[in-house]
Every structure is written in C-alpha cells, then in structure tokens.
Design a binder for this molecule. Structure first.
Ligand SMILES: Nc1ncnc2c1ncn2[C@@H]1O[C@H](COP(=O)(O)OP(=O)(O)OP(=O)(O)O)[C@@H](O)[C@H]1O
Length: 419
C-alpha cells in the first residue's frame, strides 16, 4: 500500500526558512488539498514532496523510504507532478507531450509501444484533451495546455500525483471535471495532493485539507474541521461565513465585504426580525448606512447569526433549531424597545420563531415604528397554517408600514423631522 509521509521538514530558500517543522502522512487513495494565502508555502511544500527541493531538516518518505534514496526513474514511476507554470519551450504536438509521461516506463533507447500510445490517448481522453492531440502545444490556450499536462502526468501511471493549482487556468466546467477526475483517481487508490486556491472546490472534493500560513500547517483534517471562519480569518485576513450548502451538503465559504462603513454613524437604531439568510443583505445595507443594527431572536448557526457576528451586530440567540424560549423572547423585547424602528425581513415563519411577531405587536402598540418588507407577506413563507399571516395582517391593521424595499425605510428614518 502506497504511503507518503513528510516528517519534521524544514525547507529554506537561502537563509529564509519557508516550510517550518511540517509533518504529515497521507493514506492510500486520499485526495489532499493544500490551501493557504499567497506566499504561504504551498508550491514549496509540493516541490519538497516531488523531490525538487531537499529539506534542510526532516525527510519525505514513500513507503518508509527516503525519496532521495530512490533512483530517478523509479521515483518517476511513483510520483508525477503538474507544475503551476505549464509553458513548454519546444513546440511539440500535444500527443508527444503526453507520450513523454511514458519515459520512466521505457528502457534505454526503447521507442513507445502501441500500448504506450493507448495509455497516452486514454490519459488525454480522461482529461478531455484527446481532440487536441495533433495541435502544437504552444498553440493551445492556458486551459487546454493545462489539461494536456495533466494527461502527461496520468500517462506516467504514478501512485502519487502532485498538482500545483491544477484548476487555475480552467473555466468552471473544466474545473469541476478536473476535480472530479482527481477524486475518481484517488478513489482508484492514487494519492492526489494538490495546491488549490479555491476553498470551495477544495471543500467539495478533498478528503483532507492542509491549511498553511507562513509555512506552518495551522490545521490538517477534514474540510469541515479545517474550514472554520476564525481560522480562515487568521490565515487569509478576510471575514467569511462558512455554511453547509443545502443542495450539495458540503461546506462552503462565502467571503464578506470589508466592514468599513461608507457613511458615518447616524445614531438611529433598527432591530431586524430575520433568519435563514433573509436578513443578511439588509444587515449589510443598514450597517453601511450608519445605522446601529440589532437582530433577534435568531438561532445559533443560522446564516443571519453568522453575518451579524461578523458585522458586530448585537443579537439575541437561541440554541440551534430550537423554538424561542421565554428568556430570549423577553431579552429580544428589551432590545427592540431600545431601537427607533423594527423591520421584518422576508423570513420563513414556523412555530419556532412566530413569537417574534408577538414582540413586534407589543412594541408597535407602545408606539414604535414597525416596517414590514412586502415580500414578508408571501404566503409561501408561512409554515404556521396561517398563524403568521394573521399576525402580520394584525400588525398592518394597527399601523405597521409595508415597504417595497429597505431604501424606503432608510429614507423615512433619515428624513429631517418637521415640527
Ligand atoms: N526560488 C525562490 N527563491 C526565494 N524565495 C522563494 C522562491 N520561491 C518561493 N519563494 C518564497 O517562498 C515563500 C513561499 O512561496 P510559495 O511559492 O511556496 O508560496 P505559495 O503558497 O505557493 O504562493 P502562491 O499562492 O502565491 O502560489 C514566498 O515568500 C516566496 O516569495
């Protein structure tokens, strides 16, 4: 069974220590993604595993053998690498480039056999590049060339495949095809290790991720263990929301815009009734307009809760997927009482959160402005057999204002008061 182990490795360029005490062991048939910001050492680490750089400290082992003690040809049968830069100096035909992948398997001066040609064609077929076989390599687009180079690595029939940003020049269709191909190859038993910039592609396809920052592995594990918002912020200096995608059931990372407000604080406070992502864009807009925003009652792990956290918005929260407790209800009511207005986002109401509308009624009757976004009245958002719809109608009867968009409320709240 093939294994690749990196043990306590330090790699230097000159006197700069780039990779710092890196240890990792892959299992057979794993698809490993190396992620990390620019300059974090992804390429350097791949080059170290591919024997292009020698560690100053530590060793890289294939099946317990130091890679520097393996013969050149034997190593090429074990490991194929696809570099980030796929430009080729000589103008060979694509098929000839792919056939070069067979070199480690040929004897000295031995020509490729029919079998070698078949392997090369199959590799081109797998990477969707067979129709390019007679084109000269330098006439191909970056993406086409990338697929040919991956085909060459496959023609090598390695047990370990190292790829530096294999999807960087590919359009979305070929990105997915390439990741699916790599996943398929790993399922067949190949160890695939790739530096990947796109965190979502990495999350979707890789079995494990290595997150690097300044040459150190700050996390190694399954995507959902590694891709924590705080860790991504630490490594990439960027705020993100990490959620499980409802369709694919895979974790995905959505970057959030920088938090600088475009307008100064207005001193006006708005409370948002939202949930399930219905309030995310409203929070951004109100926050950006200089309002002091609060939200609740939300459930922990809800998208709106995550967005509120990032924007520093005050919230009242309950445990995930649980109905509003009396304690949270009261806390939310007190928070609403401190604000100038309450706005109801087009949130789906179920029996768990419909109490938020009771709180709206209490503050409305106490004289607070309550705004309801028109889309909130869509019966498709009502999962309470009409209870939420009735409560919304009562709010409107008692003076809540229905608005088409949040701009109308912003303008109303910022309009100069007439005496
Ligand atoms: N040949 C070299 N000589 C000196 N320093 C180098 C060399 N190659 C890379 N470096 C430095 O080593 C560090 C890690 O670079 P590396 O290319 O491994 O990062 P990376 O994570 O792959 O970056 P990117 O995402 O931009 O491709 C960087 O600071 C880089 O400037």
């Amino acid at each position: 069974m093939t294994s690749l182990e990196v043990r306590g490795v330090d790699v230097f360029y000159g006197d700069r220590r780039i990779i710092k005490d890196f240890t990792f062991r892959s299992k057979k048939g794993e698809f490993i993604g190396i992620i990390g910001p620019n300059g974090s050492g992804k390429t350097t680490l791949l080059k170290t595993m591919g024997r292009l750089l020698k560690p100053h400290v530590g060793v890289v082992l294939i099946d317990q053998t130091d890679i520097f003690s393996i013969g050149h040809k034997e190593f090429a049968k074990q490991v194929a690498a696809v570099a980030q830069d796929t430009t080729i100096d000589f103008d060979f035909k694509a098929i000839d480039i792919v056939l070069m992948g067979r070199n480690p398997h040929l004897g000295r001066l031995q020509m490729e056999t029919v079998e070698d040609e078949k392997i090369a064609r199959d590799a081109m077929e797998m990477t969707g590049s067979l129709d390019l076989m007679d084109r000269s390599i330098n006439s191909l687009s970056g993406g086409e060339r990338q697929r040919v180079i991956i085909a060459r690595a496959l023609a090598q029939q390695p047990r370990i495949l190292l790829l530096d940003e294999p999807t960087s020049h590919l359009d979305i269709n070929y990105q997915i095809e390439t990741m699916e191909l790599l996943k398929h190859l790993s399922n067949e038993g190949l160890i695939v290790i790739a530096a990947i910039h796109d965190l979502n592609l990495a999350a979707q396809y890789c079995d494990r991720l290595i997150m690097l920052r300044s040459g150190e592995a700050i996390a190694i594990g399954e995507p959902e263990e590694v891709l924590k918002a705080e860790r991504i912020k630490e490594a990439f200096r960027c705020d993100v929301v990490v959620k499980r995608h409802p369709l694919t059931n895979v974790y995905y990372v959505a970057p959030l815009p920088k938090q600088n407000r475009s307008r100064p604080e207005t001193g006006v406070r708005v409370h948002l009734i939202c949930g399930g992502g219905s309030g995310a864009s409203i929070m951004h807009e109100l926050h950006d307009e200089g309002f002091r925003v609060s939200a609740g009652v939300l459930n922990m792990l809800d998208t709106d809760y995550e967005v509120a956290k990032v924007l520093g918005i005050e919230t009242v929260v309950d445990a995930p997927f649980s109905p509003i407790s009396e304690e949270s209800y009261q806390a939310n009511l007190r928070m609403m009482e401190q604000t100038n207005a309450v706005v109801i986002a087009p949130v789906a109401f179920g029996h768990g959160n419909v109490k938020n509308l009771d709180a709206c009624q209490t503050v409305l009757e106490a004289g607070k402005c309550v705004y309801i976004l028109q889309r909130s009245l869509d019966p498709d958002n009502d999962f309470t057999d009409g209870i939420a719809g009735d409560k919304l109608s009562t709010l409107i009867e008692r003076g809540a204002v229905v608005i088409e968009n949040i701009r109308e409320m912003v303008d109303a709240l910022l309009a100069p008061k007439t005496q």
